[in-house]
Design a protein around this ligand. Structure first.
Ligand code: OOB
Length: 570
């Protein structure tokens, strides 16, 4: 007797979607926010209107709009020829290099979905994104800042066999040719795809399709994946470019890693290209290399996090560089102090623009012509008249005007759900679709937001978000750690740094050993605790009844009490 072969349950991971209730979608379309534009189509349109205008500059590459468009098409064809299918997810793990932009545009054109990782991410994070997104391919730079990404690619394929394809970009490889010496790894080179001239349509997507997955700052546990649609994201590009005064003469310097939502789209490199301007990519954000690029390329605008701004302010006067082309310096990602904000115009000769945004959506800007008072003291107001803002007390009631409370928001470019994550969605979104940002803010009489801090337990280290829980889990994996709690400590330079309280199990390990241990687990360097303190116990008798959140708050208070100077040391 024969039995029918058992069909394994489908293991196809879910396709990313993002949808707003019909009435909202209709409203956003009627208002002209969502226009059915797609990335692939607008790039082609720009390339046809001004083919010879410079679009992207980085390393020794200078690409016009026509060249960028051709490269996007060649990559789109190459990815599809290799066997990827429309809707497949592709991890993009690259520093600031022109290939990054060609890859993003090529994936859009092919209807493939980029998943953006930061250059600092390591195998643990990349594995998590690969699993969560069901990625079938990984595109990385060969090496950057002393790290070999081809090793990571090998480890990734070993652990995630679904990642069938890897392409490696060589920095400064001569265009259209593969790099000179034979690579030490088995992976195909991205540059080889540029040689395939196959014709592909400008776009195969609809405006309502998910264009890419961005990663969340990760306030609890590991980062979540954020599906953004062509319609919603292009709306932010169009409006951000307008609010920031970008046009065809704009020259944007990508100093922060452009995989991050801020330099990507607020207005970032995508907003600049959308406006027909020019993008200059800095390989590193350090002031000297950036100042040289500002002078050489006549940069008009850039985006920085507060600690980087501090370095720029310190080094600009003695740099001997002509920074006179700079019109606006955008600062965001973490709270900027008024003291520092005040120094921007006198020192850099440019208007400060504060930017308070999140990869989930909502972005606020101070406007370039706002009075100094608002530019220096607030984090701006929303992009859209249809951004809805709630500021609620702990019980969920609206606060009195001018009082601080929890910021919730919904609108034409704020997501309604994370990708494939019901438990996170239940926590992060209200029944009527508001996103709980986790930020505590107050609103000024002019309708501008002032960020007071975070309600949740994450550390905002120079704009890089670190989840306390994620690092505690890494510490707990060490055989000599009984318990651990990670808290944020104010830091003059970083804004916040991380401190891990550890209860040892038996003999106390050395802090350096614990740091090595965590690093060896393959996570981004910025997540390694800046400081490790050993304690015998966390709290007195009630310890078991204390929530992690309360515990972290107690430890933090204890630290600041014992070391009042903690806020002033590095
Ligand atoms: C940006 O995006 P994410 O997703 O890395 O982090 C979002 C969080 C916010 O919820 C807030 O806690 C913090 O970063 N944040 C700020 C801030 N800008 C962001 N806190 C105080 N002041 C600011 N100006 O960081 C991001 C995305 C788009 C544009 C700008 C920043």
């Amino acid at each position: 007797m024969t039995t029918a072969p058992t069909v394994p349950a489908s293991t196809e991971p879910p396709h990313p979607v993002q949808s707003w209730p019909d009435a909202f979608a209709a409203r956003y379309r009627a208002a002209g926010h969502w226009r059915g534009e797609t990335f692939g189509a607008w790039l082609r349109e720009r390339a046809e209107t001004h083919p010879d205008r410079l679009a992207v500059i980085g390393g020794d590459q200078r690409w016009t709009y026509a060249e960028l468009d051709q490269r996007a098409s060649a990559l789109a064809a190459g990815f599809l020829n290799a066997g990827l299918r429309q809707g497949d997810r592709v991890l993009v793990h690259m520093p600031n290099m022109p290939d990054f932009i060609a890859v993003a545009m090529g994936l859009f054109r092919a209807g493939l979905i980029p998943v953006y990782a930061l250059p600092a991410h390591r195998i643990t994070e990349i594995g998590h994104f690969a699993r969560g997104s069901g990625a079938r391919a990984y595109v990385a730079a060969a090496a950057h800042a002393g790290f070999d990404y081809t090793m990571l690619a090998r480890a990734l394929q070993e652990h995630q066999p679904r990642v069938e394809h890897v392409w490696i970009a060589e920095p400064d490889a001569p265009s259209g040719a593969s790099a000179g010496s034979a690579p030490a790894d088995p992976f195909p080179r991205l540059a080889a795809l540029y040689d395939m001239g196959a014709a592909v349509p400008a776009s195969v997507s609809r405006g309502s399709d998910v264009a890419f997955l961005q990663i969340s700052g990760g306030s609890t546990g590991l980062s979540k994946l954020i599906p953004r649609t062509h319609d919603d994201y292009i709306y932010t590009l169009r409006e951000s470019a307008r609010i920031c005064g970008l046009d065809a003469d704009a020259v944007f310097l990508g100093a922060l890693p452009i995989a991050h939502n801020f330099p990507m789209s607020s207005p970032g490199f995508l907003g600049t290209l959308y406006a027909g301007g020019r993008v200059v990519l800095a390989p590193s954000p350090d002031p000297e290399s950036c100042f040289a690029l500002v002078e050489r390329e006549r940069v008009t605008v850039t985006s920085l996090v507060p600690p980087l701004l501090l370095q720029w302010l310190d080094r600009a006067p003695a740099s001997g560089r002509d920074l006179g082309s700079l019109r606006a310096i955008q600062v965001g990602g973490a709270k900027l102090s008024a003291e520092i904000a005040r120094r921007v115009r006198p020192t850099l000769g440019a208007t400060l623009q504060q930017v308070f945004g999140m990869a989930e959506g909502l972005v606020n800007y101070t406007r370039l012509d706002d009075p100094d008072e608002l530019i220096i003291h607030t984090q701006g107001r929303p992009i859209s008249p249809d951004d809805e803002i709630l500021i609620l007390d702990d019980e969920g009631r609206p606060v009195e005007p001018g009082q601080a409370g929890h910021l919730l928001t919904r609108g034409p470019y704020t997501i309604r759900a994370y990708h494939d994550n019901p438990s996170a969605n239940a926590r992060a979104f209200t029944d009527d679709g508001y996103y709980r940002t986790g930020d505590v803010v107050r609103m000024t009489p002019e309708g501008y937001l002032e960020v007071q801090g975070r309600a949740g337990d994450h550390i905002n280290r120079a704009g890089e978000k670190i989840s306390a829980e994620e690092i505690e889990d890494h510490l707990l994996s060490h055989p000599r750690v009984f318990d651990a709690a990670v808290v944020s400590v104010p830091d003059e330079f970083l804004g916040e740094r991380s401190c891990a309280f550890v209860i040892p199990k038996g003999a106390r390990p050395r802090p350096a050993e614990l740091k090595r241990w965590i690093r060896a687990r393959g996570i981004a360097d910025f997540k390694i605790p800046d400081q490790i303190l050993f304690v015998d116990a966390f709290a007195s008798t009630a310890a078991l009844k204390v929530s992690r959140k309360t515990l972290r708050a107690q430890l933090r208070a204890r630290l600041l009490e014992q070391e009042p100077q903690a806020g002033a040391t590095h």
